[in-house]
Design a protein around this ligand. Structure first.
Ligand SMILES: Nc1ncnc2c1ncn2[C@@H]1O[C@H](COP(=O)(O)OP(=O)(O)OP(=O)(O)O)[C@@H](O)[C@H]1O
Ligand SMILES: [Mg+2]
Length: 262
């Protein structure tokens, strides 16, 4: 009995996150620090569940320590050690379909009147509530594919979220270890799977750069204000990475257009 009880309360730290300290697993649940945005995020996650979307954790409330409680998703987080899981184009296509299903499910979400969001970067426009950090560090690949880390959800647009997803999942990276000759083909695979029309493809391409540069600018501005954890991220070179990726993405604009348009 003692053994069973101990098992059920053991807290297992979950490594991998950059921002939220102290994410732990307790049994089949995850506990994360809550914030003023947590009630709005939980209403969003409840909505996703109620419309049958299964690619997000289910919210289970707040625990005795004030932490949010979510269902634990079993599987691997592809970034940075399991990106091989996303190498096959059909796996990348699955990301595109998941993003589409997610956005279609979010399109019917009406936020509570008093919703408070924690979107860090203003989107190109306000069309629906989106995730704002769709990336291989916020996806669990298991029997089910689950998008985690909803802290930055907020007003945005499908294309804004998809531009961000393209940066991480293709990836659109200038870094020698991550830059790839088949980036155009992978971008096309992601976008075909999502199902953008021709006009949306044209509109997406400039956003690829704008979204990536916005992250750089955000880190720069927060660092100037001394706001953590961003100041540390900036100091340790994250800003340079986003700037290099934005420059690379911009320099290859014609390549992305050609890859996406018939
Ligand atoms: N619902 C969940 N199911 C399974 N594992 C999870 C879940 N939520 C978080 N994790 C694990 O905890 C790690 C950190 O979680 P999370 O991404 O929420 O933290 P974060 O620090 O806010 O991340 P980021 O650096 O992306 O901002 C993830 O990499 C993942 O391994
Ligand atoms: Mg995360």
């Amino acid at each position: 009995m003692w053994h069973v009880w101990r098992m059920s309360v053991e807290e297992i730290p979950l490594a991998g996150g950059n921002v939220s300290a102290g994410v732990v697993r307790v049994g089949d649940t995850v506990r994360r620090q809550a914030g003023p945005w947590t009630p709005a995020v939980h209403s969003l996650l409840d909505h996703l569940w109620s419309v049958g979307f299964r690619g997000a954790p289910r919210p289970l409330g707040i625990d005795e320590q004030g932490r949010e409680v979510l269902t634990y998703a079993a599987g691997e987080v592809p970034w940075p050690h399991h990106f091989d899981l996303l190498e096959p184009l059909d796996q990348l296509a699955r990301v595109g379909r998941l993003a589409r299903e997610l956005h279609d499910a979010l399109a019917t979400f009406t936020p509570p009147a008093d919703a408070r969001w924690n979107a860090l970067i203003a989107a190109d426009r306000d069309e629906l509530i989106v995730h704002h950090d769709l990336a291989p560090w916020n996806l669990v690949i298991g029997d089910r594919w689950v998008v985690i880390d909803w802290d930055n959800a907020g007003p945005g647009s499908r294309l804004w979220d998809l531009a961000n997803a393209a940066h991480g999942f293709v990836p659109l990276s200038a870094h020698p270890d991550w830059q790839r000759a088949d980036a155009g083909r992978r971008l096309r695979t992601l976008v075909d799977a999502y199902g953008l029309d021709q006009q949306q493809r044209r509109d997406l391409v400039p956003l690829l750069t704008v979204r990536t540069r916005a992250m750089h600018d955000f880190l720069r501005d927060q660092a100037a204000l001394g706001v953590e954890p961003w100041a540390t991220h900036w100091r340790t070179g994250h800003g340079d990475v986003w700037r290099a990726d934005a420059d690379y993405t911009e320099q290859h604009t014609d390549r992305w257009l050609k890859a996406l348009l018939d």
